[in-house]
Structures are given as structure tokens and as C-alpha cells.
Design a protein around this ligand. Structure first.
Ligand SMILES: Nc1nc2c(ncn2[C@@H]2O[C@H](COP(=O)(O)OP(=O)(O)OP(=O)(O)O)[C@@H](O)[C@H]2O)c(=O)[nH]1
Length: 526
């Protein structure tokens, strides 16, 4: 083998090795490129998944993706991945804490008694998720999103309701909507209670002011303040009542004492008078006896005449004394009796006034002070009576509930006094249209409840229709504006022996609700 041949062989081997090494390098580079590509794709989809979860992580991933696109060194990628890993670990603790918080919130919502806060399907899915063996971000996050939607719906419902009911667009008021609902109920209840109070002119102004305040939207504190004022008025009135009852009782005791005294003195003077009378009678008897003795033993007529005259004078004196005594006794007794009589007369007058006052109070406690119609308490009493009558006779009995439409607007637009006036006018229209046959009461607020006994359902419906149209045709004028006011009715009658007071009332109430939802200004029969 020549030296040239040897050299050629070595060169060929070296070339081959070089080619192999180039190929292997190319393979490696292709592999690296593929790996980088895969990593890029993975980071890309990972990036899509976690995008928006954490802004710091977003930045780190964006940086890594940028590096990968520039064919970086493995070292620099390793450093970037390590950085991301450290950050992810620190966030993991945070996520666990958040998961725990999320779990607690869901558990609280699921067990909350106020389930109205969330729609039922959401509550069901919370309960199902909580029952899972382990919680993860993927199970809890969609649920939390649902909860947020649910709460948002509830919030919007309350906000709309408040805006419609109270004309209040203040969002903070809407946030407090649950307590606002409650406050509204309390205000309504207090207005009802107020309508049962009437302590005469002394408290009229104060009660009127409280009523006026209660018809406006109040905070809890303001409502409490009105409550306290009301309690003070009631207490003052109770004190007054107690005083007046004490006065009456002390008058009664005085009169009885004086009667007792008169009876005692008349008895005493009668006893004394009897003694005196007896002694005078004895005296008279002995006078007559002496006279008869004188006559019997007389021998001389002149002497006898003198003695008889003397005895007769004594007799006349005694008779006179007896007469005077009798007259004195008579006078004393008659004085005592006339004194007693006048005392008794005074007392009788007082008792009459007291009784009148008591019956007035009873009447007032059953009368609504604004409309002078029977109030809710009177209605309950009458309803029980009519129901008993119906149970016995099965004669027709209809319950009707009337409610002024959009009454709040009248208060809001024309003031509370206009609202009061409206209620008074409507009360009169109801009285006139329904006549004597109906028992009409102001049940509370802008609600009137009527009992139509002896009217069958058809004729009751006609009467109510008449009342409804009459109200609509009244030309109300407030603040130089002509307005039309309407009322809606719900009615129901007793039909089967299964009907009870509350079931028929509820039917009428549901019918009224229907009347409201069907556009108002109508009478709906259950
Ligand atoms: N002026 C006055 N207002 C009263 C009286 N009693 C209750 N109100 C008011 O009546 C209003 C009743 O309003 P809502 O229950 O919301 O009903 P509405 O506006 O009549 O609406 P609909 O019944 O749905 O047609 C409330 O604003 C009460 O404050 C009262 O004696 N006098």
C-alpha cells in the first residue's frame, strides 16, 4: 500500500466521520427543533388555559414564549422554567387558601336558611359539589361563577322590585333590599296599628305626624324612633285612662260611704225617735189615766172642771210634743234622704259619663280614625259573627278586598295629605255604592275589606263593579292636576262546608293579586 493510498483512506474515513457527525448534529438539531416546537405548542396551549388567571404568570409565560421563538439556549429556557415553577409553587398555597374560602362560602350558602338568595338549581349543584371527596379549582370555580350569576339575578330582582315599589333607584337602597322589605312590612303593620288608635284631639296631631312619617321610606333607626314616639303616646293615654278610672272609683267609694252613713244615722235617729215616741206615748197614757182617775174620784164639779182642764192642757202639750217630735224626725230623715238622693244623682251622672266614655273607647278601638270606617279589629269580630251565621243558615256570604291602585304614587307625587284625602273619598264611595247591606272596613293602608251578607256572588259582583266605576269617575284634583284613581277588587264567597274564614279570605286575596297582575281597575271573582 502506497503512502498516498494510506493518506487517501484516512481522508475518506475522516470525511465519513465528519459527515456522520454532521448528520448526527443535524438530527440533534432537528430533534431540538421538534422539542422546542412541542414545548412551544405545549406552552401555547398552557398559556391559553391559564391566561388571565394571574397577571404575573401571564408575563412570565409571554416572556418564555418569546424566548422559545428565538431558538434560545437550553440554559436560558431552564432558567425561565425554573422561575415559572417557583412562582407557581408560591401561588399554589394561595390557591389552596382561596379554595378553602370558596368551599366555606359555598357551604354557608348551601346551609343558609335564607335559600331565597339563590335559585334552587344552583343550591342543588352546590350541595352536589360539596359532597365530592376532594375539591379542585376546576370543580369549584364554575360553581362560584354560577353563584355569582345567581346572586346577581337575586340582586337585580330586588333592585327592580324596589324601584317599582318605592320609586327608589338608589343602588345602595337596593343592596339592603331584604331589610328594606322587612322595614316596609313593619311600616305597614305600624300604620295598621295606628289606624286602631284614637285618643281624641289631644294626640291627633302627633299621631298624624307619625302616620305621615310611616308612609315614607324610613331607615331602621327612623322607624324605631317613630315606634318609640307611638309607645309614649300609648303610655300617656293609659296613664290618663288609669287616672280617670281611679277618679270614678273614688267617687263611687265616697257615694257608697255617704249612703252607708245616711242609713246608719236614719236608723239611729229612728231608734232615738222610737224611744222618745214611746216615752211620749207613756206620758200620754199616764195623762189619760190621771184624767180618768180624776174624773172617777171627783166629788166637786167645779174642782173637777178645773182638774180636767189642767189634765187636758197637759194632754194637749204631750200631743203637741209628740207631733213636734214626729215632724222633726220626718224633716231629719227627709233631709238625709234628699242629700243622699242628690249624691246618688251626681254619681248616676258620673257613672253614665264613664260608661259612655268606655263605650266610645270601645267604638273608637274598632274604628279607623282616618276614614271613620270600622277597622281591622272590627272586621275580625264581624267576620267571626258572619261566619257563624253562615255555618248555621248557609245564607250567602261574600268577602271582597279592595286595594287602591298605585297608591304610593299619589303620596309621592301629591303628598301624604292628598293620599289621606283619597282614602277618605274612596271610603265614602264604597259606603254609598255598597249600601247598608255591606260591612265595609279599612283593613289597613290602602286596603278595604268588605263582607256582603245575603248578597249572592252575582249581585255582589255587580255592586263591586258599580263601586269600581264610581271611583274611577271621581274627578280628583291635586296640585292643579286632574287625576284619575282606580281600585282593584278580589272577591270570594263561602260555598262548601269545607270553607273556613281564612280559606275564603285567601281566595279573595289571591283574586285581588290576579286583578293587580291583570292590569288593575278590575274586579276578579275567585
Ligand atoms: N297617605 C297615606 N298613605 C298610606 C297610608 N297607609 C299606607 N299608605 C301608603 O300606601 C302605599 C302603598 O303602596 P304599595 O303597597 O307599594 O302599593 P301601591 O302603590 O298601591 O301599588 P299597587 O297596590 O301594586 O297598585 C305606601 O307608600 C304606604 O306608605 C295612609 O294612611 N295614608
Amino acid at each position: 500500500m502506497t503512502e498516498l493510498t494510506v493518506t487517501e483512506q484516512k481522508l475518506a474515513q475522516a470525511t465519513k466521520r465528519l459527515q456522520e457527525s454532521i448528520q448526527s448534529r443535524q438530527r440533534l438539531e432537528r430533534q431540538y427543533e421538534r422539542d422546542t416546537q412541542r414545548l412551544n405548542t405545549f406552552i401555547g396551549s398552557f398559556f391559553q388555559t391559564v391566561l388571565g388567571v394571574d397577571s404575573v404568570l401571564d408575563q412570565k409565560l409571554l416572556k418564555l414564549r418569546g424566548q422559545l421563538q428565538k431558538n434560545p439556549s437550553v440554559d436560558s429556557i431552564e432558567a425561565a422554567l425554573e422561575d415559572i415553577n417557583d412562582y407557581a409553587q408560591s401561588q399554589q398555597l394561595q390557591i389552596q387558601r382561596l379554595l378553602k374560602d370558596g368551599y366555606d362560602i359555598l357551604e354557608h350558602l348551601a346551609n343558609s336558611r335564607n335559600e331565597k338568595l339563590l335559585p334552587t338549581p344552583i343550591l342543588t349543584s352546590i350541595k352536589q359539589t360539596l359532597a365530592l371527596p376532594a375539591l379542585s379549582v376546576t370543580s369549584i370555580t364554575p360553581l362560584l361563577v354560577n353563584v355569582i350569576h345567581g346572586l346577581q339575578q337575586t340582586y337585580q330582582q330586588f333592585a327592580t322590585k324596589n324601584a317599582v315599589n318605592d320609586g327608589d333607584n338608589n343602588p345602595t337602597a337596593a343592596i339592603e333590599s331584604i331589610s328594606l322589605e322587612r322595614l316596609k312590612q313593619w311600616r305597614k303593620e305600624l300604620i295598621n296599628l295606628l289606624s286602631m288608635l284614637d285618643f281624641g284631639s289631644r294626640d291627633e296631631v302627633s299621631l298624624q305626624t307619625i302616620r305621615q312619617k310611616l308612609t315614607q321610606q324610613l331607615s331602621r333607626d327612623q322607624l324605631l324612633e317613630q315606634c318609640i314616639k307611638l309607645i309614649r303616646i300609648v303610655l300617656a293615654s293609659i296613664r290618663e285612662e288609669r287616672k280617670s278610672a281611679q277618679h270614678f272609683l273614688s267617687e263611687l267609694t265616697d257615694t257608697l260611704t255617704s249612703l252607708q252613713q245616711t242609713v246608719a244615722t236614719s236608723k239611729e235617729s229612728q231608734q232615738l225617735g222610737n224611744q222618745q215616741q214611746n216615752s211620749l206615748t207613756d206620758k200620754l197614757t199616764s195623762n189619760v189615766q190621771a184624767l180618768s182617775n180624776t174624773i172617777e174620784h171627783a166629788s166637786d164639779l167645779v174642782v173637777l172642771k178645773q182638774q180636767v182642764q189642767q189634765q187636758l192642757r197637759k194632754l194637749a202639750e204631750t200631743v203637741q210634743q209628740k207631733k213636734q217630735l214626729e215632724e222633726a224626725q220626718q224633716r231629719k230623715l227627709s233631709n238625709q234622704f234628699s242629700e243622699l238622693e242628690s249624691r246618688a244623682k251626681d254619681f248616676q251622672q258620673q257613672a253614665k259619663e264613664y260608661k259612655k266614655r268606655l263605650s266610645e273607647q270601645r267604638f273608637k278601638s274598632l274604628q279607623d280614625s282616618l276614614t271613620r270606617l270600622p277597622n281591622r279589629a272590627a272586621f275580625e269580630e264581624r267576620f267571626a259573627l258572619e261566619y257563624k251565621r253562615w255555618q248555621k243558615t248557609k245564607a250567602p256570604l261574600v268577602v271582597a278586598i279592595a286595594d287602591v291602585d298605585h297608591f304610593k304614587r299619589i303620596n309621592d307625587n301629591y303628598g301624604h295629605t292628598a293620599g289621606d284625602k283619597t282614602l277618605q273619598v274612596i271610603a265614602n264611595v264604597l259606603k254609598k255604592s255598597l249600601g247598608q247591606a255591606a260591612f265595609i272596613s279599612r283593613y289597613g293602608g290602602e286596603e278595604f275589606v268588605m263582607l256582603l251578607a245575603d248578597s249572592d256572588s252575582d249581585s255582589a259582583l255587580k255592586l263591586l263593579e258599580r263601586a269600581r266605576t264610581t271611583v274611577r269617575e271621581i274627578p280628583f284634583r291635586f296640585k292643579n292636576e286632574d287625576i284619575s284613581i282606580t281600585i282593584s277588587f278580589g272577591m270570594a264567597d263561602f260555598q262548601s262546608s269545607l270553607d273556613t274564614m281564612s280559606s275564603v279570605f285567601e281566595k279573595a286575596d289571591n283574586a285581588l293579586y290576579k286583578a293587580k297582575s291583570e292590569g288593575r281597575d278590575i274586579v276578579i271573582r275567585a
